[in-house]
Design a protein around this ligand. Structure first.
Ligand SMILES: Cc1cc2nc3c(=O)[nH]c(=O)nc-3n(C[C@H](O)[C@H](O)[C@H](O)COP(=O)(O)OP(=O)(O)OC[C@H]3O[C@@H](n4cnc5c(N)ncnc54)[C@H](O)[C@@H]3O)c2cc1C
Length: 387
């Protein structure tokens, strides 16, 4: 059991809150308005060691678990910030820690812990295959001591603010593997070395201020020592990382959910229309109370996913369900928040519309709600496969 009651992880919460307080709403609003990257904020998180939370102490990190990492992400979103600018490092890290060789860990982890390198990007999604990941068309063909990469990716985030990327590519053609999940491999790509030497990056302007890109690979050469784990097992490795990603994003949605419900509860208690606070009306109170209940309930599944992940237990079901419930709860809270701010919910200076856009993303990425429902239907409830 994780102790999750009042005061749990209070030292982490207090420290992250104190750091976030130096980056108030106006900071995040300015970055959003400029379509910029919160460089100073991410740098401050890195310098304070929070971005190295999951790196074992032997490699210069603080050796914390996914549970603590999720508290850090939750607090960033609860403070009004957006972990989307930096959460990649948290879940990518685990792929390297769990599946990288000792040589790779020694080479990269101390530098990441010291803030000299960033591992913020993961390249999985492709334009023509979407959610059907095992059908990806990007290939990695071994030639001597190199892999040669060809293909295309889409929606690959933080590439311009990262030094390293974990890339998924097919090493054995689909027609030659017994199971479609076999024959895929993951690689560490040195982004700066790759740019202009076989990898082109095209930014995608989007609804959220999220630095995300199309990537084009044209005979990009990667040294064989950049293969992570065994060739052909990459899909399995990526899945472990995805469970961490889903759990962390659930925690971010929980942070958003609290931000929305706290903001709107305060606003409706102060805003007077018809000679009394609008929050006196039960038609206003109840949707906010309901949204809060949904956030609290989703939070329980988030802790369960964290507990199982940190105990090394299978947590696919819990990570998916936590992400589903938390994304739904934060979206419900976002709607209540914007609704009861009336017209002011649409004014940028209240930050509600910014957070509203940010939390909407999690119905679709990193996995859509439909795909989670299909996972539960097939893998938990044993219904027939639909695809
Ligand atoms: C801002 C942003 C950042 C991202 N960052 C990254 C990143 O860093 N790295 C990365 O690899 N990817 C990233 N992604 C990609 C993201 O993971 C995908 O967009 C998401 O998984 C959905 O895939 P798709 O867009 O190809 O949708 P599609 O697969 O085309 O699906 C479209 C919709 O159809 C529905 N659907 C599809 N198939 C089924 C089915 N069989 N049954 C029922 N419903 C179905 C789903 O509701 C889905 O939302 C990012 C996306 C966004 C928008």
């Amino acid at each position: 059991m994780i102790e999750t009651g009042k005061g749990a992880f209070q030292d982490i919460r207090d420290a992250v809150r104190a750091l976030c307080a130096q980056f108030p709403d106006a900071y995040h609003r300015r970055v959003d308005d400029a379509r910029g990257y919160p460089e100073e904020f991410v740098e401050a998180l890195t310098r304070a060691g929070w971005m190295a939370a999951l790196i074992p102490e032997a490699y210069g990190g603080s050796g914390l678990g996914l549970t603590e990492a999720s508290v850090i992400m939750e607090e960033i979103n609860r403070s009004g910030g957006n972990s989307g600018a930096c959460h990649g490092q948290m879940y990518n890290m685990n792929t390297l820690i769990r599946h990288g060789s000792e040589e790779q860990r020694r080479r990269y982890l101390p530098k990441i812990a010291a803030g000299e390198l960033r591992l913020q990007s993961m390249g999985v999604t492709e334009p023509t295959t979407g959610t059907d990941t095992t059908k990806i068309k990007t290939t990695a063909v071994r030639r001597g001591d190199r892999y040669v990469i060809n293909g295309q990716k889409v929606w690959i985030s933080r590439v311009q603010h990262s030094d390293l990327m974990i890339l998924l590519a097919r090493t054995t053609p689909l027609a030659e593997v017994a199971k479609k999940s076999e024959g895929l491999s993951i690689f560490l790509v040195d982004i700066k070395a790759a740019m202009g030497a076989g990898m082109a990056v095209r930014p995608i302007p989007n609804m959220v201020n999220h630095e995300t890109n199309e990537l084009f690979f044209d005979n990009l050469e990667i040294p064989v020592e950049n293969l992570i784990g065994e060739e052909g097992k990459g899909f399995k490795y990526i899945l472990t990382g995805l469970n961490a990603e889903r759990t962390l994003i659930a925690a971010e949605c929980i942070g958003d959910g609290y931000w929305f419900t706290e903001r709107v509860a305060k606003y409706v208690s102060e805003r007077e229309v018809f000679g009394r606070p609008i929050g006196k009306n039960q038609g206003v109170q109840f949707p906010i109370a309901e949204a809060f209940i949904d956030v609290e309930a989703a939070n329980l599944m988030r802790w369960e996913a964290c507990r199982r992940y940190d105990a090394g237990l299978d947590c696919g079901a819990q990570a998916n369900m936590a992400k589903y419930l938390a994304a739904k709860a934060s979206w419900g809270a976002a709607n209540a928040c914007i609704q009861f701010h009336g017209g002011f919910g649409f004014a940028c200076e209240y930050d509600v519309e910014r957070k509203f856009r940010e939390t909407r993303l999690y119905q679709v990425a990193p996995i859509s709600t439909n795909l989670i429902l299909s996972y539960v239907a097939e893998h938990i409830l044993g219904m027939p496969r639909s695809f």
